[in-house]
Design a protein around this ligand. Structure first.
Ligand code: C2E
Ligand code: CA
Ligand code: CA
Length: 400
C-alpha cells in the first residue's frame, strides 16, 4: 500500500451515494487509503452541482448506481457530455450484471472506469481500483478531453482541417468489403489527429453541425467516386446528427452531391443514432422517408442505447440495424452481452434488415459473429479508421 499512499496524497475524491452510512463508510476507506480530499454528494444533481461549481477538481468519482432521482447511469451520461476526464469507480448493491452493463455503457461514453465494485466496499477492492489512477495520469494528451472552440471549428471547416477517415464494414462469412463508414477527424497537419469528441458536441451546440456534416458528406462522396473509378462499388456511410434531419433542403443536397460525383444513391448509407432519433421521431421521418424512396440506405446506429419499440422500428424505413459495441465487445465471454447480441440479430432478421455488429475487437468475438452468421462486422479487429486512399491497399492485403 506504500505506492498507493504516494499516489493519493495529492488527489481529491467525490463519493456519490444516497445512503448516509455507506457514504461515510466509503469516505473512511478512502481516507485510510491515503486520499487527501474526500467530499460527498447525496445524489446525481448534488454531484453535478459540486462538479460544475469548479471549487474542487475531483480526480476520482466513487459512484453508486442505484439512487433515487438522478441515478448513477444517468449521471454517467451527464459526465460524458462534460467530457469528465477523471477516474470513476462504480458501486452497486444489485447484481453484477447491472454493474457490468453500466461499465460497458461508461466505456462507450469514453469515460475512464477504474473499476466496478459490489457493495459493501472493501479496502482491498477500492485500493485495487484506485491504483489504476496511476495509468490515467500517464495517458497521452490525445486521450484526454480536448475541446475545440466554435471559431476553431468554423475555420477547420473552411480550411479542410476536418476530414473523413474511413472504417471498413466487412461480411463476416466471406470477408468481402460491404462498405465503409466515414468518421470525422480533425487533422492538425502536424501529425496530431483528433477524434469527433473534440468537435462534434461543440458543433452541435453552436449551430455548426450542418456545415460540418455537409463537408464530411461531400468529401466522403468525392472519395466514393475515386473508388468507383478504380473499380470498387462498396457503400459509403455517413453519420448524420438528428438535428440535421429536419432541414428539407437536406434531401436536395444529398441528391445533388451524389449526382455531381456520379455516385448512385443506393451506394450511400445515412447513419442516425437510435437514442437521439427516438427522442424526436416525427420531424426526421419525412426526410428519412424521402431519402429511402430515392434509394439511400438508412442505418439505425448505436442500437441498444435507446429504447425503440417494435412499433417505432416498423414505422421507420431503415435498411440496417447497427448494434452498439457495448453489446458486441466481450460477447464471446459474457453470457448477458451475448444474449443481447443474439436477440437483436433475431430482431433484425424479423424486420428483414441488415445487421451490423460494431466494436469487434478480438478474434474470439469475431469467431462468435461467424458462428451466428452475422451479416456484417466492423471494429478494430478488422481495421481501424484510416484515410481514404489507404482503404484499397488495406483490402488487398486483408483478402490475401
Ligand atoms: P459511431 O458512429 O458509433 O462510430 C463508431 C466509433 O467507434 C468510431 O469512433 C470508431 O472509431 C469507433 N470504433 C471502431 N471500431 C472500434 C472497436 O473495435 N472498439 C472501439 N472501442 N471503438 C471502435 P469515433 O470515430 O471516435 O466516432 C465517435 C462518434 O462520433 C461516432 O460514433 C459518431 O456518432 C460521431 N461522429 C463521427 N463522425 C461524425 C460525423 O461526420 N458527423 C456526426 N454527426 N457524427 C459523427
Ligand atoms: Ca455511425
Ligand atoms: Ca455506432
Amino acid at each position: 500500500m506504500q505506492r498507493l499512499d504516494s499516489l493519493l496524497i495529492d488527489k481529491a475524491a467525490l463519493v456519490i451515494d444516497d445512503e448516509p452510512v455507506l457514504r461515510k463508510l466509503t469516505g473512511r476507506v478512502l481516507t485510510d487509503l491515503g486520499m487527501r480530499i474526500v467530499h460527498t454528494a447525496e445524489h446525481g444533481d448534488d454531484a453535478l452541482a459540486q462538479l460544475d461549481s469548479g471549487k474542487t477538481r475531483y480526480d476520482v468519482l466513487i459512484l453508486d448506481l442505484n439512487m433515487p432521482g438522478m441515478d448513477g447511469v444517468e449521471l454517467l451520461r451527464h459526465l460524458a457530455t462534460r467530457t469528465y476526464a477523471g477516474g470513476i469507480v462504480l458501486l452497486s448493491g444489485v447484481d453484477t450484471k447491472v454493474l457490468h452493463t453500466a461499465e460497458q455503457l461508461a466505456l462507450h461514453h469514453q469515460l475512464h472506469i477504474l473499476g466496478a465494485i459490489n457493495k459493501p466496499v472493501t479496502s482491498a477492492a477500492l485500493g485495487g481500483a484506485l491504483a489504476r489512477l496511476d495509468r490515467l495520469g500517464r495517458m497521452p494528451m490525445a486521450m484526454q478531453a480536448v475541446l475545440l472552440s466554435p471559431d476553431e471549428i468554423a475555420a477547420g471547416i473552411e480550411r479542410d482541417t476536418i476530414i473523413p477517415f474511413f472504417q471498413p464494414k466487412v461480411a463476416t462469412l466471406s470477408g468481402s468489403l460491404i462498405g465503409v463508414e466515414a468518421l470525422a477527424r480533425w487533422d492538425a497537419g502536424d501529425g496530431r489527429v483528433l477524434g469527433p469528441g473534440a468537435f462534434i458536441p461543440v458543433a452541435e451546440e453552436c449551430g455548426l453541425i450542418e456545415p460540418l456534416t455537409e463537408t464530411i458528406f461531400s468529401k466522403a462522396i468525392a472519395q466514393a467516386a475515386i473508388w468507383q473509378a478504380e473499380g470498387s462499388d462498396f457503400r459509403v456511410a455517413v453519420n448524420f446528427s438528428v438535428h440535421t434531419l429536419n432541414s428539407l433542403t437536406l434531401v436536395d443536397f444529398i441528391v445533388s452531391v451524389a449526382r455531381e460525383n456520379g455516385v448512385d444513391l443506393d451506394r450511400i448509407t445515412v447513419e442516425v443514432t437510435e437514442s437521439k432519433l427516438m427522442e424526436r421521431l416525427a420531424e426526421p421521418l419525412e426526410v428519412l422517408t424521402r431519402l429511402r424512396m430515392k434509394g439511400v440506405h438508412l442505418s439505425i446506429d448505436d442500437f441498444g442505447t435507446g429504447f425503440s419499440s417494435m412499433e417505432q422500428l416498423k414505422r421507420l424505413p431503415f435498411t440496417e440495424l447497427k448494434l452498439d459495441r457495448a453489446f458486441v465487445a466481450g460477447a464471446s465471454r459474457d453470457p448477458s452481452t451475448r444474449a443481447m447480441l443474439e436477440s437483436t440479430l433475431e430482431l433484425a432478421r424479423k424486420l428483414e434488415v441488415e445487421f451490423v455488429a460494431e466494436g469487434v475487437e478480438t478474434e474470439a468475438d469475431w469467431k462468435l459473429l461467424e458462428l451466428l452468421s452475422v451479416d456484417t462486422a466492423q471494429g478494430y479487429y478488422v481495421a481501424s479508421p484510416m484515410p481514404g486512399p489507404d482503404i484499397l491497399p488495406w483490402y488487398k492485403n486483408f483478402r490475401k
